[in-house]
Design a protein around this ligand. Structure first.
Ligand SMILES: CC(C)(COP(=O)(O)OP(=O)(O)OC[C@H]1O[C@@H](n2cnc3c(N)ncnc32)[C@H](O)[C@@H]1OP(=O)(O)O)[C@@H](O)C(=O)NCCC(=O)NCCS
Length: 200
């Protein structure tokens, strides 16, 4: 699979959110959420400020290169940066590579409002309708039920097989991951069945 390049930068919007390229002003709130043990419960470690800045820079470079990626998510109502949601090509070689994943990380104060699912629906639309992907996957540690709930709400199907994440040491409780998949056809059917899709 060749990684698709969008002909022009894509910055999707939803009713409440704007998904956009990263800005310098995102770095401080991003560092705060990467240093929050509640947000980082299912990651191997909290990120120091320099690590968080480097991650934002890498993500931003990928968006600049491809036109899509893990977008910075901001509230339309007041412009507040709340985290990231979007599409990404995992850097680790995974049992199901090559693939495009959908992922999310939001500041704790913005959980429980439906923002992750709302933004992810827009990201799926980009992946399937604009980038013509055949499949989008998502994966997380077995204990991360909030992230799995987002995958489930998006209509993704859990693979019966779990896998060991190669970037996490064996013996670490975060090593074992579950995988969720969504194919373009299943996504299209869901779209046509949505009560919000236009009726003939
Ligand atoms: C994973 C994560 C993004 C999920 O956030 P979330 O708030 O649980 O998910 P959503 O934004 O889709 O919100 C859904 C919740 O909002 C509620 N909600 C409130 N208002 C809503 C609205 N207007 N529309 C839809 N849902 C709404 C839903 O009922 C649901 O509540 P529930 O959790 O009690 O069932 C968040 O927990 C997170 O950032 N975790 C840390 C990072 C992480 O683990 N990332 C994944 C690594 S693989």
């Amino acid at each position: 699979m060749q990684t698709p390049i969008a002909p022009a930068p894509i910055e999707p919007e939803t009713e409440r959110l704007r998904l956009r390229q990263w800005r310098k002003s995102d770095l401080e709130p991003f560092a705060r959420l990467n240093a929050d043990p509640r947000v980082m419960e299912y990651f191997p470690q909290l990120l120091a400020r320099a690590e968080s800045d480097a991650l934002a820079a890498r993500i931003g470079e990928l968006i600049a290169r491809r036109g899509w990626g893990f977008w910075a998510a901001e509230l339309k109502a007041n412009g507040e940066f709340i985290g990231f949601v979007g599409l990404h090509v995992p850097s680790a070689e995974l049992p199901f590579s090559p693939c495009v994943e959908i992922g999310w990380r939001l500041a704790f104060d913005h959980w429980g409002r439906g923002y992750a699912t709302e933004a992810a629906e827009a990201a799926l639309h980009v992946g399937f309708a604009e980038l013509n992907l055949a499949e989008i996957v998502s994966f997380t540690t077995l204990g991360n039920s909030r992230s799995q709930a987002v995958m489930h709400r998006l209509g993704m199907q859990r693979d019966p097989q779990t896998f060991q994440h190669p970037a996490i040491a064996a013996g670490n409780p975060l090593h074992e991951h579950c995988l969720y998949r969504l194919g373009c056809e299943a996504w299209s059917i869901r779209q046509s069945e949505s009560p919000f899709s236009p009726r003939p």
